[in-house]
Design a protein around this ligand. Structure first.
Ligand code: SF4
Ligand code: SF4
Length: 425
């Protein structure tokens, strides 16, 4: 239904944009105003999200936009072929509702929101082509729906086992095929020098993320987990050089804050490792509840943040074959998504993060409808119990409701961590 505002008849598209802008600005204002000791350099990131999601500003007008549906599509190759990678995983409730008309009711909200975004076509930077690795069933099946809206959509075969030599070879072939398709689409040849430069540039961005993470290991934590999610989500679509510059500036500010012992937490705030279905802007529902309940997220194990930056491409010989294989191996090995048959790496990584970041507990969130994360909670919970690490499992979706019940559970968990810490002294 169209509504009339100030004598202007609002179209359905305008209404959707207005709702999305409201979702975005609500979170951005919370981040700007509701937490202690705000960081000045975060304004670059708040402003970036506002420009893209509230003002619909295009960042890459003059470039070919290469849409990706998951972290598995190597950005190094996209940049080397003169494209701009735009990761299209979506966190808007408005898009989730639009997508519900095309997806089963029980589908994961991330998929519904991603499909809803394509259905509405409300992109500030519309993808010219989309590459989608065949990871989880829902993502894989959503491809044909997206294609039916008129987008150029290409599947990239992804193995569902990780350890075997056969899957490693399989994925190396898929990555080569992806590079060929993209090279054809762009009418450009992949060269040794271009690929080397982009491996180095992304490696540099990763090293900045690691520096940023080091500050979170300190007893006095100078940055919110929510802010870090925003920084890593910005990497989905920002101009990489701008992202590097803004992150470098932020690190400089954190250095000063660390010296001056400026903390964003209370004295006894429990330190939390966050794992599970990825928080994607503006759906920071659970991280927000955690940090509004006096917890502090010191690290995460999710594909919208830590998993994107954790492992670097390791090249022995800088020839094109070796670089391509090293890129493929990095993307497969670094992935700890529960889409794999076995996933011991994920458990190992969560335990390692707890130790490295001296965390008090883990919060594991699964989107209702995301079967693989729901299924894997059992093995993760058992492993944490064995290690003596407290863990809370939550199920959530993108709806604005449900907050009260989730808050009560998070608050109770955080209180129990405080008591545990006091008893240890
Ligand atoms: S949850 Fe898994 S399949 Fe989904 S985007 Fe993340 S890595 Fe990809
Ligand atoms: S959250 Fe689950 S269902 Fe959704 S994309 Fe990731 S793995 Fe797939």
């Amino acid at each position: 239904m169209n509504i009339e505002t100030n004598h202007h008849i609002e179209s359905p598209k305008e209404k959707q944009n207005r709702h999305k802008a409201m979702e975005a600005i609500k979170l951005l204002n919370t981040l700007r105003e509701d937490f202690k000791a705000p960081i000045e350099s975060m304004e670059y990131f708040y402003d970036l999200f506002e420009r893209v999601h509230c003002k619909h500003e295009s960042l890459h007008d003059d470039k070919t936009k290469i849409g990706t549906m998951c972290i598995q599509i190597p950005s190094e190759i996209i940049y080397a072929l003169d494209g701009i990678p735009i990761r299209l995983c979506n966190g808007f409730y408005t898009d989730d509702e639009i997508g519900s008309d095309f997806m089963p009711q029980k589908a994961c909200p991330l998929i519904k929101a991603t499909v809803g975004h394509f259905a509405s076509g409300n992109f500030s930077d519309k993808p010219d082509i989309v590459f989608s690795p065949t990871t989880c069933d829902q993502k894989t099946k959503a491809g044909s729906t997206i294609e039916s809206f008129g987008y150029k959509f290409i599947d990239v075969d992804f193995p569902r086992t990780k350890e075997s030599e056969a899957s490693r070879e399989y994925w190396r072939r898929s990555v080569k095929q992806f590079a060929l398709e993209l090279s054809k689409f762009q009418g450009k040849k992949l060269t040794k020098n271009n690929l080397k430069d982009t491996i180095k540039k992304i490696g540099y961005a990763q090293s900045l993320y690691n520096k940023l993470s080091d500050f979170r290991k300190n007893e006095i934590v100078p940055i919110l987990g929510l802010d870090v999610f925003l920084i890593t989500n910005a990497f989905f679509f920002d101009k990489i050089d701008n992202w590097i510059e803004a992150t470098q500036k932020l690190i400089n500010e954190l250095e000063i804050r660390a010296k001056e012992k400026i903390s964003v937490t209370g004295k006894s705030s429990p330190r939390i490792i966050y794992t599970g279905s990825p928080p994607i802007f503006p759906n920071y529902k659970i991280p927000q509840i955690i940090e509004e309940s006096d917890g502090i997220i010191v690290a995460d194990e999710t594909c919208s943040s830590n998993r994107m930056f954790n492992d670097m491409v390791a090249v022995d010989e800088w020839n094109i074959y070796d670089m391509m294989d090293s890129i493929s191996d990095k993307y497969l090995k670094a992935c700890t998504c529960p889409i794999f048959t076995k996933n011991e790496d994920r458990i190992r990584r969560v335990v390692q993060l707890v130790k490295e970041y001296k965390a008090d507990g883990v919060i594991y969130q699964a989107f209702a409808g995301c079967t693989v994360y729901e299924m894997e909670q059992r093995s993760v919970l058992e492993a944490m119990e064995k290690e003596g690490i407290p863990i809370l499992y939550l199920e959530s979706d993108y709806s604005p409701s449900q907050g009260g019940q989730l808050s009560t559970r998070v608050e109770a968990f955080i209180e129990s961590l405080k008591t545990r810490r006091r008893n240890k002294k």
